[in-house]
Design a binder for this molecule. Structure first.
Ligand code: ATP
Ligand code: MG
Length: 584
């Protein structure tokens, strides 16, 4: 299950080794990033009278993903760091794609990540009356006009990167005519797409965004908050900066795609003569082996490629949460990858390492056998059961110990036995000894096969002198295996996950195919009847465990029932066995 690209920079708990940096080159004790530098300079020069006011501005057209988490951590984090405030603002200007379901889930996810907007929750749609008034102001100033070109014509008139655009034949309409037409657009006299309101800037500008951009379009659609009150809707560019202005944002942080929208952001603020925040762009987060566009994530959900937005394989906050990610792990990841001005792709292993580090500290250890192979200890008394003491978390002595029942019949992992072992295989094989975690040393003395030659049972002996915790237990044996007592085992479903996509860059597709071709058909493996140590029967939804030698697991909050937990593997441990298998 482990990705071959995962580098050997971690110890066996998956922690970065001392002196190693992750893919981003970042370490946690870091220098100021360029945005912090801007803010500190502004504080020094008193540019904003000491204020730091940021906002997180999602469009409610999907669930939040790990990329949004980066923006959330950045905006709320900067506000917290500099004694400022961060608003939550829904950028809801597109009635056809937005829904209340998303508004609700976004709030839950931001809160779950550990951030608080207090009473500062805003909606761009609440600003529609003000935006309309500002549009009228620009018409009156001769800086906006109603245009009758169709969408196609508008595109043709816009020109290209190498050719200037041409003026719309409607560009020189009188203020009076423009006011009248705009009013009638609002009143619903015209069909969708029949007219637009455009800013009168410069059709020859080298920046296409300044070639008389559309400010308003006609759309007879019901909005999730304003209902049928409006049939004209402002474009993103004529909404975002103005909303920032209304909320007196100081640093309006957005992703790099908006860099060449900044002149327009500034033009609108200047033309309207309103409070003017500073737009600052940073590189969006891209991760290997997954997609981050909401459109693609929605497609995966709609086509049933995943079980929903909260499928544990999804890069959504919900998916990661269900997978077993903690807010701490996600925040630490966002801190570690830092903030840059050029786009790059972060290795998924960096995210996984952040989770390992966090769960290593908090997850109690447990023994679980995913693919059971029965072992009968021939010299162990038939009806005897011993209680073996096991440490709950070597990282946290306060977690204490627990008792594990041990008996004549136990299960070990099928993978932990080879009849014909490769050279560096330190697990069980005929005639060989291994240690059972917190129990005894056993030796394989026989192999039982069925009619097809499949191994169905091992016959072993145990060394009664080797009980864990006694001096004789310390004699040298190469391997230590996890196990579960057969009559005491609790049977449960365990789900293992692999990357959603087979390749690092899902958009890198063979000619003629699309990104679907890169989906990993084996991203989910369900093991219906794993054998777990008995206390796991009481595991509660959302609880984390380290199944020794197998990884970190979390109780699925959706499919578990009282007394019937289902376990998701959150992340594997760094798997040294997989490498040995390949060599052998
Ligand atoms: P998508 O392209 O997936 O639809 P979006 O950028 O349109 O995403 P928004 O809801 O508009 O999604 O994003 C809200 C905020 O989150 C914006 O400020 C945006 O810049 C930021 N954001 C979105 N995706 C990322 C990402 N991958 N990395 C960092 N920030 C992001
Ligand atoms: Mg957007």
């Amino acid at each position: 299950m482990n990705a071959p690209h995962e580098r050997d920079k971690t110890d066996d708990q998956g922690r970065l080794r001392p002196g190693e940096s992750d893919a981003s080159g970042a370490t946690s004790a870091r220098n100021l990033n360029f945005i912090e530098q801007i803010i500190e300079d502004d504080l020094k020069s008193n540019k904003w009278q000491g204020r730091v006011q940021t906002r997180f501005p999602p469009e409610p057209n999907g669930y939040l993903h790990i990329g949004h988490a980066k923006s959330i951590c950045l905006n709320f984090g900067l506000a917290a760091r500099y004694g400022g405030q961060c608003n939550l603002r829904f950028d809801d200007t597109n009635p056809t794609k937005e829904e209340d379901e998303y508004v609700t889930s976004i709030q839950e996810d931001v809160r779950w990540l550990g951030f608080d907007w207090e009473d500062r929750i805003y909606y761009a749609s609440d600003y529609f009356p003000q935006l309309y008034a500002w549009a009228v102001q620009l018409i009156k100033q001769g800086q906006a006009y109603v245009c009758d070109l169709t969408a196609e014509e508008t595109r043709a008139y816009r020109g290209t990167l190498t050719e200037p655009g041409r003026n719309s034949p409607y560009r020189d309409r009188s203020v009076k005519e423009n006011l009248d037409l705009f009013e009638r657009m609002r009143a619903g006299e015209f069909a969708d797409g029949q007219r637009t309101l455009r800013a009168k800037i410069d059709m020859a500008s080298p920046n296409l965004n300044l070639r008389d951009p559309v400010m308003y379009r006609i759309l007879h659609a019901t909005h999730h908050r304003t209902g049928d009150q409006w049939c004209i809707y402002p474009m993103y560019d004529f909404t975002h900066g103005q909303s920032d202005s209304i909320e007196r944002i100081t640093h309006s942080i957005c992703t790099l795609e908006f860099e060449n929208h900044r002149p327009l952001y500034d033009w609108y603020c200047n033309a309207l003569g309103i409070y003017h925040p500073q737009q600052i762009e940073f590189a969006r987060l891209n991760l290997t082996y997954t997609v981050m566009s909401k459109r693609k994530l929605l497609t995966l959900v709609k086509e049933g490629r995943v079980s929903g937005w909260d499928d544990p394989r999804m890069p959504t906050i919900r998916g990661l949460r269900r997978r077993g990610y903690t807010p701490e792990a996600i925040r630490s990841f966002c801190d570690r990858i830092g903030v840059a001005k050029f786009n790059s792709t972060i290795d998924m292993a960096v995210l996984e390492n952040a989770l390992r580090e966090d769960l290593n500290r908090r997850a109690p250890r447990a023994l679980a056998v995913l693919r059971p192979l029965k072992v009968v200890l021939e010299n162990y008394p038939e009806d005897q059961v011993e209680e073996m003491e096991a440490v709950n978390n070597p990282e946290d002595p306060s977690a204490g110990t627990r008792q594990l029942p041990f008996s004549r019949e136990i299960y070990i992992e099928q993978d932990d036995f080879r009849e014909d072992p490769p050279s560096k295989f330190f697990r069980l094989a005929p005639g060989r000894e291994v240690r059972l975690r917190a129990a005894y040393i056993i030796k394989c003395v026989g192999v039982v096969k069925d009619d097809q030659g499949q191994i169905v049972e091992l016959r072993c002996t145990y060394d009664p002198e080797s009980r864990s915790g006694t001096p004789a237990a310390n004699r040298k044996v190469k391997g230590t295996l996890h196990w579960v007592s057969a009559p005491h085992a609790f049977r449960a479903e365990v789900r293992l996950f692999d990357h959603l996509f087979k390749v690092m860059d899902p958009d890198d597709v063979p000619a003629g195919a699309d990104w679907h071709a890169n989906l990993n058909p084996d991203s989910l493996e369900t093991l219906p009847a794993c054998c777990l140590e008995p206390r796991l029967a009481d595991a509660q939804p959302g609880e984390h465990f380290q199944f020794e030698r197998l990884g970190y697991f979390t109780v699925d909050p959706v499919d578990s029932r009282p007394g019937h937990p289902v376990f998701n593997r959150s992340v594997s441990l760094r798997d040294t066995w997989a490498k040995i298998e390949k060599q052998g």
